[in-house]
Design a protein around this ligand. Structure first.
Ligand code: NZQ
Ligand code: ZN
Length: 391
């Protein structure tokens, strides 16, 4: 077990109608706000109007940056940062899913950077020294961006997508009202649920390192929560209990609480970010395709106990099965959950992806060190083999 520091600065308002507190919260940070949102879903569900009412109540001068793309682009971040500099923006407000919140995080940092290209910060050519304050109103349960310091930005010209983490880059305040997720499609609900599960799998659950038992058991409970409520939310999109459980699971899966300082590559995320960098696919769907194949690929005598434990404690696998059979049954049940229960397509070829770029993607996924250090270490040849298992 490792030593660790837990610090999460995000203040969360959770539940119906909590948006009423936005005016008071945002006015603490100044008078000029940049409202950032995606392709229009917030207008269709009436949330844009709720937010504008609050900003008027707070007597803010409001600027807007709409049209943030899923897999947000660095060019959009640059546009937002330039607007902040030109208008002297005091505070940012992200209203949307992970892409909108991530773009806002990057704008918060780029607005305080002397250069004019945020890609310098994302690629660590320059370091983040200061950020603008920002708040978020979450509309999709998936990434955990509403309560973490990470953001993931894409450079579509170079087929690159990089995660960038700054511990102080959490939202200052986040509003989590599950009713704003009633309109999320079955597809995005399924993909977001796969993403929540993958954060637990990737950051800590599937690991050869020692972990605090309490955390391991809570990870299993959060996984079971997603398995219980994602199908309910798909079946009945306005099921408040289901949406609330998914939303809070999203935040806690990646806000550092579940991890006791262990350190490993987030292997499936590294592999998936190449898929979305090259093919602009939905992040959670890519993870749902990769994860069971990755587990099958790394299954051996050393990894089997952890995979079988997942099967028994989370997926209802019979604990009396022999080790290897138990682990294989766990993987099969995870596949059934993603592809049958949640209805996600199971193959990369279903998304129009062939093996043309696998070799270069595999090398990029392993980065400069040439190896992903995780549950088992993976070289580019291993990663390429896993991509092929997904075809
Ligand atoms: O753009 P709009 O019109 O808002 O539509 C979005 C988008 O088309 C729609 N949507 C969101 N809320 C909705 C809604 N539609 C109807 N009703 C609502 N209430 O859903 C689509 C996808 O939105 P997006 O924000 O892209 O999804 P998600 O939250 O899954 O974010 C994905 C991005 O986050 C990154 C991913 O790589 C990807 O770029 N990640 C960020 C992480 C972090 N910050 O820590 C960690 C994750 O592992 C992940 O990598
Ligand atoms: Zn993710």
């Amino acid at each position: 077990m490792q030593n660790f520091v837990f610090h999460n600065k995000t203040k969360v308002y959770f539940g119906k109608g909590q948006i009423e507190n936005l005016a008071d919260e945002i006015s603490r940070f100044g008078k000029k706000a940049l409202l950032v949102y995606g392709g229009g879903s917030i207008k269709r569900i009436g949330l844009y109007d709720d937010v504008i009412k609050q900003l008027e109540k707070a007597k803010m001068t409001v600027y807007e940056l709409g049209g943030v793309e899923p897999n947000p682009r660095h060019t959009t971040v640059n546009k937002g940062a330039a607007l902040c500099k030109k208008e002297g923006i005091d505070v940012l407000l992200a209203v949307g899913g992970g892409s909108t919140i991530d773009a806002t995080k990057a704008i918060a940092a780029a607005a305080k950077y002397d250069g004019d290209d945020c890609w310098d910060l994302i690629t660590h050519k320059a370091s983040v020294k200061e950020t603008l304050p920002f708040l978020s109103v979450l509309t999709l349960a998936a990434t955990g961006s509403e309560m973490d310091g990470g953001c993931v930005i894409s450079n579509i010209e170079t087929n690159e997508k990089f995660g960038y983490f700054a511990p102080d880059n959490n939202p200052d305040v986040s509003f989590l009202d599950p009713t704003y997720t009633y309109s999320v499609s079955a597809y995005q609900t399924a993909s977001g649920s796969a993403d929540i599960m993958s954060h637990i799998f990737d950051v800590a659950y599937f690991s050869m390192q020692d972990q605090m038992d309490m955390l391991k058991r809570i990870q299993e409970e959060v996984l079971k929560t997603v398995i219980k409520y994602a199908p309910k939310a798909i079946e009945k999109p306005d099921d408040y209990e289901a949406r609330a459980n998914l939303m809070w699971a999203s935040s806690w899966a990646l806000n550092d609480f579940l991890y006791d300082g262990l350190s490993q590559s987030t292997v499936c995320h590294a592999m998936e970010h190449e898929l979305s960098a090259f093919y602009d696919i939905t992040h959670g769907h890519g993870l749902a395709i990769l994860t069971p194949r990755w587990l099958s690929y790394v299954l051996n005598e050393q990894t089997a106990p952890c995979i079988k434990r997942f099967g028994v404690n989370v997926m209802g696998v019979d604990e009396n099965l022999p080790l290897m059979d138990g682990a294989k049954t766990a993987i099969k049940k995870l596949e059934e959950f993603f592809y049958e229960t949640l209805g996600l397509k199971s193959k990369l070829s279903d998304l129009g992806i062939d093996d043309k770029n696998f070799s270069v993607m595999a090398k990029k996924a392993c980065r400069a060190k040439g190896v992903l250090k995780g549950f088992t270490d993976l070289t580019p040849l291993d990663v390429e083999a896993i991509y092929r298992m997904c075809l």
